[in-house]
Design a protein around this ligand. Sequence first.
Ligand SMILES: Nc1nc2c(ncn2[C@@H]2O[C@H](COP(=O)(O)OP(=O)(O)OP(=O)(O)O)[C@@H](O)[C@H]2O)c(=O)[nH]1
Ligand SMILES: [Mg+2]
Length: 207
Amino acid sequence: MASAANQRGPMFKVVLLGEVNVGKTTFFLRMKNDRFINVTEGTHTIDSCSRVFNIKGDRVTLAVWDTAGVERFRTLTQNYYRNTHAVILMFSLDNPSSLHYLPKWVDDAGSFSPAALKILIGNKSDLYSSVASDTIKDFAAVYDCDLVLRLSSKTGEGFKEAAEKIAAKLLAEFKSKQTIPRALFGKGTIVDLTDQPGAGPQSQCYC
Ligand SMILES: Nc1nc2c(ncn2[C@@H]2O[C@H](COP(=O)(O)OP(=O)(O)OP(=O)(O)O)[C@@H](O)[C@H]2O)c(=O)[nH]1
Ligand SMILES: [Mg+2]
């Protein structure tokens, strides 16, 4: 009988990064549940899920980690970048400043996971896009992004194709280097960042 690891193939860790409200959790929940779930609160946890893809006969698992965009958890979130195979740099197509502030997340990724592939995702493609295609292209060139995708985590437009492209890119990259990783971890556990020391102003005062 095939082992669980064989059934899911190599597992790649993919961390979602980007400003508040760009749709990281909505993307994450679509990956986990295959449908739109209306998120009504900002994230203050680290959560992960995994999904198996079949890429031209090869199984690949993406272990996707959702992070909090809010500044007060930024330092804590950095602890979860390690051993990351890819970072998703997400911005919202209807909000140019979400792309403008993305370089700070690129810097964090570069410091904590320098070998990770960089995947630039413009989310909310169902809304009017106020970010020009050339601006996105320039950003991808300057910051050396390996994939540029646009999709709607709400309607699902472009989502499946994007997820498969990420899985295929990771598989191709690691096959070419002949360093396909074994599964790194099992089921995700939710970490509540508000419980952690150093979680920002609300938890720093012990006097
Ligand atoms: N129209 C549209 N709305 C979206 C899309 N993706 C997310 N949203 C909405 O945008 C809002 C913010 O989404 P979240 O997924 O919570 O954003 P986030 O990046 O996780 O935010 P933080 O956890 O605070 O960092 C919610 O109201 C979502 O329903 C999309 O593709 N299209
Ligand atoms: Mg969130």
